[in-house]
Ligand binder design. Sequence first.
Ligand SMILES: CC(C)(COP(=O)(O)OP(=O)(O)OC[C@H]1O[C@@H](n2cnc3c(N)ncnc32)[C@H](O)[C@@H]1OP(=O)(O)O)[C@@H](O)C(=O)NCCC(=O)NCCS
Length: 148
Amino acid sequence: MSATDVQEVVRTELLISEITEADRQALAALWERYDVFRGVRGTLDFIEMTWQNPTSTILLGKISGALISSVTVGYDGHQGWIYGICVDQPARRHGHGRATIVAAENWLRGRGAGAVALQVRFTTLSVLGFYDKLGYSFQNMVLLGRNL
Ligand SMILES: CC(C)(COP(=O)(O)OP(=O)(O)OC[C@H]1O[C@@H](n2cnc3c(N)ncnc32)[C@H](O)[C@@H]1OP(=O)(O)O)[C@@H](O)C(=O)NCCC(=O)NCCS
């Protein structure tokens, strides 16, 4: 996706575009600052794999070149998945989280996804109000998983 595709949904000065190689260290630092990423692989490995995978990407929101927000997005052919929405603390409550999620939704729409799902940890349930504002609701199911 070009930067132009996603910028149309962005409020004011936040520019959202796909991650580049030069962004990886700053993104890992952002995620580690807010404990966003947890996985069996290291943060940089996860970034690399998500970036290289043809059906997923990481979108970054920047202001004047500084990293402000991130979201991981992927499409499995059935529905879209959003992970790791994060806005740097000083920039929160200015609409950047919403703009970043909307950019991820548009990325998914552009690939034919008709629905999107996301997971919220029990330790971060305070974020549910944010998702409610964006139209996300509880689905009548339980998420199961295991490491491979
Ligand atoms: C959750 C997060 C991304 C929100 O980013 P943000 O830039 O502050 O969000 P926005 O300003 O775009 O908020 C959009 C709306 O949600 C509301 N909102 C934002 N955070 C909220 C919260 N924690 N609880 C309730 N409402 C919230 C805003 O007031 C706004 O409402 P409005 O449209 O009526 O004005 C940010 O707080 C964050 O990065 N948190 C840490 C990482 C995290 O927990 N990620 C979620 C993992 S599941």
